[in-house]
Design a protein around this ligand. Structure first.
Ligand SMILES: *[C@@H]1O[C@H](CO)[C@@H](O)[C@H](O)[C@H]1NC(C)=O
Length: 486
């Protein structure tokens, strides 16, 4: 069974989640292993807590790695900073075989090269000067402790390779780039060397990574050849962009996965939207869950087009998946607990009737509102406060709407009390229509407006019969009687 590999550093954002998800799907389909390796060799960009964050976010999303720092595995350690001896061994062997060389160029010299190139309108590149150094010159400088890096000698002919997404690909890197650094002055490897060494040692068979690595892959393949190792198969995933084609910036704080979690978004809604906008599936449909994604994923359907993400549609995706969760008995009790927390946090001591915190009451509300709400928190917004608190409605407000408020209220109480086991939305709607017929001066629509205001304190919201079902017979009567006794 093949190993599938995924690499990440920094906090997990939407683009990273999508790459991780495609790796996970491919691994599950192929019976492979999904590996999370922490690439922390750029010491200047270390973010404390990033490793735990990535693991937690992947677990939250339902796609935990099979092997990682936290999950363990037979090819550890899974943190690159703990594998430095392997990179230096590889660098030594490359030096010995003549594929790599020491470079003593100072940062001032490199800066000058760069400025000269930019001034004459060229792309800056290292001029490979230290390739020319004689062995004794190198030994002298090393002995004198001159700061240095190790560079890989790029071959002037790149071999083409077949990418699973981009097909046959070839980039003559040596024509556009200087020899890349593989060991930095601080002794840490660059991504190029570290990823090649790790993928070899971890027996990685497939790498699914962002298309920004496509050109570097030619360098990596040269490294594999120089080390006499077999490279994995690559699939470079097209970029995930905003709907208008602009880059999803990591600086927009709201693309980090923890942000979505804090917002109360369902992980399956997030997985659904990031797969819906791109390719990689036999068909495109809304509302897929992880099992569907595993089943319908088809790596050969990934196109080279960028995936355009419309985050404005996220509430809609969440609405669909929230409805599914409400309909699932096992999930629903968690939602009940979660909503109860929101209710107590939002209204706490204002709650007059503790019945609104009972699971049966909350569950009834969820079932009535599923398909309408895009998040649980919506149910504690002001427009739904009537579900948890008794509204204050003045008699004057109602009286302005009709002179028959007294009759409307009394008749409605009669209907509710006479319902017995027919207390359903259909029955109530029919009965309320009958009430309107009995009145002389008030139209059905006004009757509804009055009842809505009396029961909820709002002018808009769910149908009056739904409101009555949510609140229950007793509470409806209580609220209406309060008005009669004004
Ligand atoms: C995956 O897509 C390819 C290319 O369109 C197709 O030939 C193949 O049948 C698909 N595989 C599955 C399992 O649907």
């Amino acid at each position: 069974s093949g190993l599938v590999f995924h690499l990440l550093s920094g906090f997990l954002h939407l683009g990273g989640l999508r790459t991780a998800l495609y790796n996970f799907l491919f691994a599950k389909q192929q019976g492979g292993t999904f590996i999370l390796r922490l690439e922390d060799t750029d010491q200047s960009r270390l973010i404390p807590g990033a490793a735990q964050n990535i693991q937690h976010m992947l677990e939250w999303a339902g796609i935990p790695p099979d092997e990682s720092v936290c999950s363990g595995g037979q090819y550890g350690p899974y943190v690159q900073s703990q594998r430095l001896h392997m990179y230096s061994a590889a660098a030594t062997s490359l030096l010995e075989s003549g594929h790599a060389y020491h470079c003593f160029c100072t940062s001032q010299r490199l800066e000058l090269l760069k400025r000269d190139a930019l001034r004459s309108g060229q792309t800056p590149r290292y001029d490979n000067r230290c390739r020319q150094l004689k062995t004794n010159q190198v030994q002298e400088k090393l002995a004198a402790g001159v700061p240095h890096v190790i560079r890989f000698r790029l071959s002037s002919s790149s071999e083409p390779f077949e990418d699973m997404v981009f097909g046959w690909t070839r980039h003559e890197v040596a024509e556009v780039e200087g020899d890349p650094v593989i060991i930095k002055a601080d002794g840490f490897p660059t991504y190029h060397l570290a990823s090649v060494v790790d993928d070899t040692h971890m027996r990685v068979s497939h790498v699914l990574r962002g298309s920004e690595w496509l050109i570097s892959t030619c360098k990596h393949l040269q490294l594999y050849r120089a080390l006499d190792e077999t490279p994995p198969t690559y699939a470079h995933l097209p970029l995930l962009l905003n709907r208008d084609g602009s880059k999803l910036s990591k600086r927009q704080g709201d693309i980090y996965i923890q942000h979505f979690k804090q917002q109360g978004l369902l992980p399956e809604a997030l997985l659904d939207i990031i797969t819906h906008c791109g390719s990689g599936f036999n068909s495109n449909r809304l509302g897929r869950r992880l099992d569907d994604l595993i089943e319908e994923f088809n790596v050969s359907k990934i196109t080279t087009h960028s995936a355009l993400l419309d985050l404005d549609k996220l509430p809609e995706f969440n609405r669909i998946h929230l409805q599914r969760r409400i309909e699932d008995e096992g999930f629903c009790c968690h939602l009940v607990d979660e909503l109860k927390n929101h209710i107590t946090q939002t209204y706490g001591s204002l709650i007059q009737d503790p019945i609104v915190l009972e699971p049966t009451y909350i569950q009834r509300v969820l079932h009535l509102r599923k398909g309408h709400i895009t998040s649980l928190k919506e149910l504690v917004s002001p427009m739904y406060s009537y579900l948890w608190l008794r509204p204050s409605v003045s008699w004057q407000q109602l009286e302005e709407m009709s002179s028959e408020v007294q009759d409307i209220t009394a008749l409605t109480i009669q209907v509710v009390q006479g319902c017995g086991n027919q207390y359903t939305a259909e029955f109530l709607t029919a009965q309320l229509k009958l009430i309107a017929k009995k009145l002389k001066k008030t139209k059905y629509s006004s009757v509804m407006k009055i009842l809505r205001l009396a029961l909820t304190g709002e002018q808009q919201g769910p149908s009056v019969s739904e409101v009555m079902i949510s609140l229950g017979e007793q509470e409806v009567c209580f609220r209406l009687q309060r008005i009669l006794k004004h």
